[in-house]
Design a protein around this ligand. Sequence first.
Ligand code: LRH
Ligand code: MN
Ligand code: MN
Length: 427
Amino acid sequence: MNITSSHIEEHNKTVKDDHQESLDALAHQLNKRNIDINELVEQAGAFQVAIPSWALGAGGTRFGRFAMGGEPRSLEEKIEDVGLLHALNHSSGAISLHIPWDIPEDTAAVKELADKHNLVFDAVNSNTFQDQEDQEHSYKYGSLSHTKEEVREQAIEHNIEVIKYGKALGSKALTVWLADGSNFPGQQNFGKALRNTEESLHKIYDALPDDWQVLIEYKPYEPNFYSMVIPDWGTSFLLANKLGDQAKTLVDLGHHLPNTNIEQIVAILLMEGKLGGFHFNDSKYGDDDLTAGSLKPYQLFLIFNELIEGTDGPEELRNQIAWMIDASHNVKDPLEDLLQSVEAIQQAYVKALLIDRDKLKDVREENDPAGAQEVLQDAFQTDVRPLLTEARVRHQAAADPIQLYRALGVRKQLIEERGADSVATGL
Ligand code: LRH
Ligand code: MN
Ligand code: MN
């Protein structure tokens, strides 16, 4: 399946007049606020969010999984899927691999295929939360934190191997998420488990190329329901500080207890130069891995407000942080879901760029909370969709990616090519 430039052009022609009308109206509105729409179109067009290789198939729960049909059967087909997304929205120009769910056997060929689709490789993820067939020691009771040295060594080796794959592909970061922890009080010595983890991470850190980062993810519960060795940003931050400058914290939005003030965490990590990356998704209860911005778009906007506040301009912000999605889809077509996720992230980003920063500064100085809310609402309530459409059109992508995806019958064609019950590796 291929999306060609004539597919895009034809589609864009059909929406051209309506789009121009909405864009002019928005430009006029922004002009009155002294905001240059072209500048924002440019920023939106430059923003890229990496797609997780593990979320291109239908997700499931432990109660079942309902096949989507046409799921990618190999890493190559996953790259093709991300290529489709990028052709449609021009904002998904990177892929994040999870190893060994996706092993790039022939790294040169995989890289070449990605190049062909204008994709680069974002952070590579290690997996020490499942046992693999050929593995000597089990991770049932942990990996980098394990009581037994041989298990820790095996997990360290795996991470070093993941770095090697990433190096060959041009990645610049390793993301480590540990499922390590305990299910019952008394099962684990908290201090020892964390100390073991720190020592193991040190060995991984020593194997990092100079221009790489290690991103440490945290999660309060699941799969362990009593304690996790890295349960929160504080523990991740502690480890990142102990490791050194190349270690940072990764914020997965779903990895917080309900109502946690994530935007404040983001601000503090940024202030300390320790915010390394995001796994975007949304959640109502826990690690639901729902479409980014589908439940709490205001929270997403407030996070971007902090990101902009804490960095020196859009370019620095884009380059300083690894932008990745980490979602799962029980009932949606994953490709549609990912298009919606990227769009929601971009909306939050652009809306946060609209915030009148001078005014916000003034109302804060004057201790005027109502005034602050007015400033934020002025930005948040602006419908920036025409601006995002314009960014896509200017980059020869689809004005309305999902509309074109459906009109072309992409899923139907993928089912014809790959079968109705092909299963992608991943979540
Ligand atoms: C854990 C997690 C982590 C894993 C991914 C599959 O919940 O967010 O990032 O690597 O899911
Ligand atoms: Mn994650
Ligand atoms: Mn998760």
